[in-house]
Structure formats: structure tokens, C-alpha cells
Design a protein around this ligand. Sequence first.
Ligand SMILES: NC(=O)c1ccc[n+]([C@@H]2O[C@H](COP(=O)([O-])OP(=O)(O)OC[C@H]3O[C@@H](n4cnc5c(N)ncnc54)[C@H](O)[C@@H]3O)[C@@H](O)[C@H]2O)c1
Ligand SMILES: N[C@H](CO)Cc1c[nH]c[nH+]1
Ligand SMILES: [Zn+2]
Length: 463
Amino acid sequence: MLQRIDLTGGRARPPELATLLERAASITGADDAVAPILTAVREHGAAAVLDAGERFDGVRPAALRVPADVLSVSLQGLDPALRGALTEMIERVRKTHQAQLPQPAETHLTPGGTVTQRWIPVRRVGLYVPGGLAVYPSSVVMNVVPAQVAGVDEIVVCSPPQAGNGGWPDPAVLAACALLGVSEVYAAGGAQAIALLGYGSSADSTGSTDNAADADSIAAVDVITGPGNAYVTAAKRALRGTVAIDSEAGPTEIAVLADDSADPRLIAADLISQAEHSPDAASVLITDSAQLADAVLDALPDLVAATTHAERVRQALSGQQSAVVLTADLDAAVALTNEYAAEHLEIQTRHAGRIAQRIRNAGAIFLGPYSPVSLGDYCAGSNHVLPTAGGARYSSGLNTTTFLKSVQVIDYSAAALAAVAPSVVVLADAEDLPAHGAAVTARFDQAVDGEAADGEATGGAGR
Ligand SMILES: NC(=O)c1ccc[n+]([C@@H]2O[C@H](COP(=O)([O-])OP(=O)(O)OC[C@H]3O[C@@H](n4cnc5c(N)ncnc54)[C@H](O)[C@@H]3O)[C@@H](O)[C@H]2O)c1
Ligand SMILES: N[C@H](CO)Cc1c[nH]c[nH+]1
Ligand SMILES: [Zn+2]
């Protein structure tokens, strides 16, 4: 069911390594499919979102915006055990994300010369919560809590309309929104939801005249975050530049880096756990132990047959994106792991913490047998919105700073500027931009002796 790639014969090296494990074709193939959806929403706004929902989700809700009473009824109907688990999850996620809040950095470069980096929350954000093959109240928490901790003014959530809930998003998703105090929620999924968030929609384009909430225009957001399938991810990629995005957090991936000390049963369970998300999910074992590789391959068929979503899991495990890779030694396994840049990386080796120090590329790293990816999906306190398809080479998982911008504040006194002016002039002349230098020297053209001294005495303008 899972391809076995044996690299023990010769040492595959980057970039050869990178081509060994190709991501699913769906992941790169969605760009063409989403382009007309994005155009339709940009031109026709909410009406096009409702049309696309009808086409892809098989239902047209009474309105795009979820009414306040639907949100509160969903919270009232929330199963108490699920409410308790969500509450515990929210507490843990809030604690870790509060600890991520960066402090202003003030650097005194010279007497009277200071640069301070401040962090400012973006004003309005759009958070995507998936709802196709599975529904994701946990992703409400993973999106909303960091935005709240960052101090964002306006939080908007989109999640696909569900035929089984009268066209509104999944009731547990709505309940999680209500639990967190989010009231602007739209029944929109896929690329059309991302376009709605990125472009907004004017009041006359809703395609619905009988609902006051829909009669309002929907303002575009500054940042879009959240996980989703290949269509959602392609749409985020296309909108990058119009808005900021977190990362391309697409179809789930797990890589397990293991040696012969690992338990094959646990590895098989973890590979299946992420394959359960969708047929294009990737499950990869990278090991230097032939015995472990074979034991995992032996354990899988019975476990897959017994799992609820067996067909989806079987498709994911037998796709080109999934494999057991046998390497000549642990060094080669670490090199391949870094090339692959998995969304989730489990390290199931002796001295896992030490091996982790050698990992540059992974969305999140899970150490040892008691830190499985499923823990991180829900209750570790870490965020589960993570870069996929190799994006971990250059992107971070969703965190508090995703919703913050930094700005540098420059504050020099006359004396501090005068002291560095000759260097500014030399650099400006070297770039043949003498007006730059002149803008500095102009401040000292008239008799400025007293002024410079005053400036030094009082500090810069801001102090
Ligand atoms: N990387 C992460 O951080 C992370 C976290 C959680 C979930 N995920 C991933 O999110 C994904 C969730 O996928 P899902 O499908 O269940 O929900 P989804 O909400 O991402 O996608 C459903 C939407 O896809 C659109 N769609 C379906 N078929 C389409 C088509 N042929 N053309 C255009 N649009 C179409 C529909 O509009 C529908 O609303 C999974 O792949 C899961 O692995 C990733
Ligand atoms: N594994 C997913 C992140 O890629 C997150 C998730 C949510 N629910 C279950 N799993
Ligand atoms: Zn998961």
C-alpha cells in the first residue's frame, strides 16, 4: 500500500533527494481551477460566492452572513464534553501564543540617536476554517486565538456551507466561533471564500435582497490565514500581494524520522492519523532501519482496514506523495528530512532532542513517542496551521506575529545627526544621489552650533 524506496545502495543527495518524494498532483494542479472563481468573486462579489457554494458544496444558504441567533443556538447546542475540550484547548493555545508576543526593541546607537522597533496589529483579518471531507472546530481556535492575542480589531471567519445544517457552516464550528466571541461569520468555502475575504463585496452584489446582514457590504481584510484543501491553498497563493497570508497550509503531511528504537505500531498509527484528512495527504517514514521499515509496512494493512475512513486513508497512503524511505544511515535520513521539509515532523529516535537540533526545515517538530501529531492537532498548545508542500523551507506556522507588523521608529537629535552626516554624504555621493546628502547638510547650513548642542541636551524629537 505504501511505496518502499530503498536508498541504501547509493547516497542520494540534494537536489536528487527532493525529487524522490513528489507531492500529490492535486496540490499544484488547482491554480487553473481557482482562477475563474477568483475573477467571478472580484467582479460579482457575494452573489458569485453563493453561486460557487451551490456548485461545489451543493447548498445555497439563505444568506452569506451567519445570523447572530444561529451562532448563539449553536453554542447552546454544543455537546458539554466538546465544550470542555475546546475550552481546555483554548486555554493552552492562548498561553503559548501570549508568550509569543514580541516586545519593542529599542536600540541606542549614539547619544541622542535611537531606533525602536514597534509591533502593531493589523486591523481586519479573515480566517478560513475548512469543512469539506471533515469539519474543523479546532481550526477556529488555532486561527482566532493568535489574532485575539495580537490585538486585531476585526476578526472574520469563513467556513463552507453544510447541506446538513441548512446551509450554515458546521454547528461545532459556529459554536467555537461563539465561544471565542467571533460574530462576523460567513457561510463560504473554498477559493470563493478566500476571494471574498481578499476582495470584499459591495452592497449591491449579494444576490440576496431579503436579508439585512447580506445587504451590508463586506469589507476586504488585511491578512488571510487558515488551512484548507488544494483549492483554498491555490486561492491564498493567488491573493498574496493583495493581502498577506500566513503560509500555504494545504493538504496535511506527516514525516516520521525514526531509528530502530521506535515502535512500529505507533508509527503506523501516526501515518494513518494524518492520511485520514484527505486522499492527497502525505504520510512518509524515513528510517535507517530495514527492520522498522518492514514492521511498519506489515502493521499498516490491518490498521487501515479497521479505521473509519479506510478508503480515504488507503488512497493517501498509496499515492505518489507517501512512502517508506530506507536510508544508509541516520545522517542520510536527517538530510532527506531537511530536503522534504514536512509540515509535521515526528522524531522517533534515540536522543530525539539532539537530532531535532539538526533539523532546519519542518512546520512543527514532535519529539519522542509521547508527542504525536494528533496531540499538536488539538491540545499541545502549539498551532496546527502549518506550511505544507515544502513551504517549511521559508514559512512559519501560524503564530501571534502573523497578525502583527513591525515598524521602525527613528529618532535622532541634531547633534546625533550632525555626527553621522559625513557618512551619509559619502554614501549618497557613492550612489550618485547627492540630494540625499544635501537633505542632511541643509539642516546645518545656517549657524547651528547652539541648535546641535540643544538637540544633544534634549535628546531626539520624540523624547
Ligand atoms: N496544513 C494545515 O495546517 C492544515 C490544517 C488542517 C487541515 N488541513 C487540510 O485542510 C484540508 C481540508 O480540506 P476539505 O476539502 O475537507 O475542506 P476545505 O474547506 O479546505 O475545502 C472545501 C471546499 O473546497 C471547494 N471545492 C471542492 N471541490 C472543488 C472543485 N472541484 N473546484 C473548486 N473548488 C472545490 C468547495 O468550495 C468547498 O467548500 C485537508 O486537505 C487537510 O489536510 C491542513
Ligand atoms: N493535522 C491538521 C494540520 O495539518 C490539523 C487537524 C485538525 N484536526 C485534526 N487535525
Ligand atoms: Zn490532523
